[in-house]
Design a protein around this ligand. Structure first.
Ligand code: 2BA
Length: 109
């Protein structure tokens, strides 16, 4: 058995959960926060048999979109703050960050 851990954007969560449950998968949704942007995102746990991993990853891939976002970097530490002109830079967030972990033991009571 594997645990698919997917960090996705909140905007994709509803559609992805619908696709997963319609396909017969069970999922758990956690509210999470990205370390870089410090903004909310969503982490999904999906426990699946080994031979279903690619199907789950395929659903994630087809549902989660990459989106461009403008961020303004913080002023560099130690430098003169008045000489620092913050320019927004564009980053691409998503589609999804996916980890596939081997499950050592699974119990359901
Ligand atoms: P954040 O850490 O808030 O990152 C959001 C986006 O900021 C990233 O999108 C990436 O485009 C950019 N970014 C992150 N760190 C950067 C850096 N050091 N320099 C420049 N740009 C940077 P994604 O790569 O799609 O990541 C989306 C979210 O997935 C991340 O939110 C984080 O919550 C999670 N994530 C990504 N890689 C991870 C990893 N290796 N381990 C754990 N979580 C991860």
């Amino acid at each position: 058995m594997k645990l698919v851990v997917a960090i996705i954007q909140d905007k994709d969560c509803h559609r992805l959960l619908s696709s997963l449950t319609q396909a017969g998968f069970r999922a758990t949704k956690l509210a999470s926060t990205g370390g870089f942007l410090r903004e909310g995102n969503t982490t999904l746990f999906v426990g699946v048999d080994d031979d279903q991993v690619e199907r789950v990853v395929g659903l994630i891939r087809s549902t989660c979109r990459a989106r461009e976002q403008l961020v303004t970097p913080l002023s560099p530490m130690g430098g003169p703050a008045d000489a620092y002109i913050p320019y927004p830079v564009e980053i691409v967030v998503g589609g999804a960050t996916v980890f596939v972990l081997t499950v050592e033991r699974f119990e359901k009571f």
